[in-house]
Design a protein around this ligand. Structure first.
Ligand SMILES: [Zn+2]
Length: 323
């Protein structure tokens, strides 16, 4: 190999390396508003589970954090990242939903005195068998070293519909809009600054995961987000979204995907296909409606899983309609 060929071979490695510390993924998004951005992947040892985003807002009286990342260790790095920017107390840590990649780092925030806020659904989740199975699965994927110190921490305060928190001249409205990605999603709205921390309700360029919430009411949630008319939308995964038009387009993408999948699954269900057959046909049927779905990140892996879950939702809905 000549020198040029060696360089070409090494280039992808030089361009992309996983952050060794969360601080390396830090960006200022608006004055006083910061985010750390995980890679757009499934959890692996390579990415250390750093696949989701977390945010923090520095006010004159303290820090408001949104989400806690995937492990205690990443949560600790998040605290160190905040400490790098300010010595003010970390007063609140809001968990948008109790999925592993958003709350497993919460212990590190609680340790430094943050009040943990989540939806009451988190308490059902923590006592469920599913949460134990998920923990074992994460341990298997990441190993003891990366998972060290990770505990399933319960919230200190729950929000079932709306709570407004004022701190240091900023207003944080914590809303449960409706059941969507999970049965207990929360979003944080800063009304004066028109910034929305959307958790996993809106995905930019990625297929949303429909396996543990309600796809029908998710569509209603998206309408409520539209009405809020955010100028900056900060998602649980992927890039921050700026500008009303761009945000509306991404909301439409998420909504269209959910609507199309529901109609595909409903049709196949009514034609008598089994859940296994629906799962197998889901990708082809969706691509017939819109070939651009193929470009969405993780479409081919996640879409059949979504179809599987939506099948049972549609079944429940149809039974209800007949009653
Ligand atoms: Zn999630």
């Amino acid at each position: 190999m000549n020198r040029f060929a060696v360089l070409l071979f090494l280039l992808p490695l030089l361009v992309f390396s996983y952050p060794k510390h969360v601080k390396e993924a830090l960006r200022e998004l608006a004055p006083g508003v910061f985010g750390v951005f995980g890679t757009y992947e499934q959890v692996s040892r390579k990415n250390r589970g750093f696949i989701s985003n977390a945010y923090f807002v520095i006010t004159k009286e303290g820090v408001f954090v949104v989400d806690a990342l995937s492990t205690y260790r990443l949560g600790k790095e998040l605290v160190e990242t905040i400490r790098f920017k300010t010595k003010l107390p970390i007063r609140y840590a809001l968990i948008t939903h109790y999925h592993t990649d958003h709350f497993y780092g919460a212990g590190a925030l609680k340790e430094v005195g943050a009040l943990l806020i989540a939806h009451p659904w988190s308490e059902d989740y923590l006592t469920s068998d599913a949460s134990k199975r998920m923990y074992e699965a994460r341990l298997g994927l990441l190993g003891h070293k990366l998972m060290r110190g990770t505990r399933l921490v319960a919230p200190d305060m729950t929000v079932a519909s709306l709570v407004t928190i004022r701190m240091g001249g900023e207003v944080f409205e914590v809303h449960h809009l409706c059941k969507a990605h999970t049965d207990g999603d929360l979003v944080v709205w800063m009304p004066r600054r028109k910034i929305l921390f959307a958790g996993d309700l809106v995905f930019g360029g990625r297929v949303p995961f429909l396996g543990s919430g309600n796809s029908r009411t998710w569509l209603l949630c998206l309408e409520r987000i539209r009405e809020m008319s955010p100028e900056i939308l900060l998602p649980g995964h992927g890039e921050p979204l700026y500008g009303k038009e761009h945000i509306m387009r991404q909301i439409s993408w998420t909504g269209n995907y959910i609507r199309d999948l529901r109609s595909v699954v409903r049709r196949l269900y009514e034609e008598g296909y089994s859940v296994e057959e629906v799962r197998k046909r889901a990708n082809d049927e969706m691509l017939k409606i819109n070939p651009e779905y193929a470009q969405l990140s993780v479409f081919f892996e996640v879409n059949p899983v979504n179809a599987y879950y939506v099948y049972f939702e549609i079944e429940r809905e149809l039974l209800e309609e007949q009653r």
